[in-house]
Design a protein around this ligand. Structure first.
Ligand SMILES: *[C@@H]1O[C@H](CO)[C@@H](O)[C@H](O)[C@H]1NC(C)=O
Ligand SMILES: *[C@@H]1O[C@H](CO)[C@@H](O)[C@H](O)[C@H]1NC(C)=O
Ligand SMILES: *[C@@H]1O[C@H](CO)[C@@H](O)[C@H](O)[C@H]1NC(C)=O
Length: 352
């Protein structure tokens, strides 16, 4: 009787082992399994992400589609340049400058009910080419303008570690300017006019970026070797603040801003972090102020007080990343905002 029981147990165990092996084999070696995604959870998540279709690469500057995640931890959308995903795309990003005058390179298939078209422009208003027939095409705007749906600006970040001390870089020069071309004497425009007034009162160390290859490598180092830097914008327009202003902040130098009014800047950075040319009634008074600060280190250091609470972010310096941050911000936007919107007249908004 007992031996019969033992036999029964052995048979049962053997059966279980065979069953287990069959299961093991089928789940690990059957050819079907090779079709299974290696990480089903991640794929499911990706599929749920809204698709952002980059219809044109702005100025042909392509970058790795993973860069949004790598550089800015933006991972809320499925960014693609694959036009075959058009009908699935929750948003289509259209770079204004790439649109042909006859609109022949715009998507031609009908737009899905959920799909939003994003107008993408980084040019100053007087440089925007007028394309007939696109004024009511878009649902969202992406630009440097603060009142754009998605605006691109380098905001200062709140510092996490307040104990981190700021060390002023070594200063070898008083006032510097990096410009891209020669002929400063003959150029027209506000920034050149102001520069020509300035050099009547003070010496400016000018670096020509086009002809100086060593400057490219030492760009930030060169700016940080100066106490003050001319952050002069090419043209003056609403919210037109560029990397020319961001660079000295990154480098540990005081920017002297010529561009939109001071209040525009103060929306992005603390008012005590920079000098604005309009703070002074004339060029001579500005120069007087610079000379005072040059002699009074404590007063000069006041311009860096903000660093106890804020940290400035360096904008991407690589050419290929020129538009990357804007594109990634669009990605972030569509991952969190879904509402319906139609822009009745794009050009009317631009000219405001
Ligand atoms: C540009 O300025 C320089 C220096 O002031 C002057 O010698 C030259 O004639 C000017 N050129 C033109 C084209 O106006
Ligand atoms: C080129 O730039 C470097 C800084 O990187 C500077 O030291 C040098 O004087 C510049 N040369 C000219 C000709 O401006
Ligand atoms: C986007 O804008 C177009 C054109 O104004 C409009 O027809 C469409 O309904 C809008 N779609 C969404 C999702 O906002």
């Amino acid at each position: 009787m007992a031996s019969f029981n033992i036999l029964a147990v052995v048979v049962m165990l053997a059966g279980l082992i065979v069953l287990f092996l069959m299961f093991y084999k089928s789940s690990f070696t059957s050819p079907k399994c090779h079709l299974r995604p290696s990480n089903p959870v991640k794929v499911a998540k990706d599929a749920a992400k809204p698709v952002l279709l980059l219809w044109f690469w702005p100025e042909g500057k392509t970058f790795d589609l993973q860069d949004c995640k790598k550089l800015w931890e933006i991972d809320g959308c499925h960014l693609t340049d694959d036009k075959s995903l058009y009908s699935k795309a929750q948003a289509v990003l259209l770079f204004h400058n790439a649109i042909r005058d006859d609109r022949s390179n715009l998507p031609t298939s009908p737009r899905a009910r959920f799909q939003r078209w994003i107008w993408f422009n980084m040019d100053s208003p007087n440089n925007i080419r007028k394309i007939e027939g696109i004024e009511a095409l878009f649902n969202l705007t992406l630009s440097y303008r603060r009142d754009a749906d998605i605006y691109v600006r380098w905001k200062l970040m709140i510092k996490k570690n307040i104990n981190e001390d700021f060390v002023l870089p070594k200063k070898e020069r008083l006032l510097c300017w990096i410009v891209d071309s020669y002929g400063l004497q003959n150029k027209t425009g506000d920034k050149y006019n102001y520069y020509r007034e300035l050099i009547k009162h003070i010496e400016v160390d000018v670096f020509y970026s086009r002809s100086n290859s060593s400057l490219k490598e030492n760009y930030f180092q060169t700016i940080s070797s100066c106490k003050f830097y001319l952050s002069f914008e090419d043209s003056i327009y609403r919210d037109g603040i560029t990397e020319k202003f961001n660079e000295p902040l990154v480098a540990g130098t005081v920017p002297i801003a010529l561009g939109p009014p001071r209040l525009d800047y103060e929306y992005f950075v603390p008012g005590s972090s920079f000098i604005h040319v309009n703070d002074f009634p004339d060029v001579a008074k500005l120069v007087e102020h610079l000379e005072t600060l040059d002699k009074d280190n404590a007063a000069y250091m006041q311009y860096f007080e903000w660093r106890r609470f804020y940290k400035v972010r360096q904008h991407p310096v690589e050419e290929k990343h020129m538009f990357a941050h804007a594109i990634c911000q669009a990605c972030h936007y569509i991952s969190i905002r879904k509402e319906y919107r139609a822009i009745p007249d794009l050009y009317k908004w631009i000219s405001q």
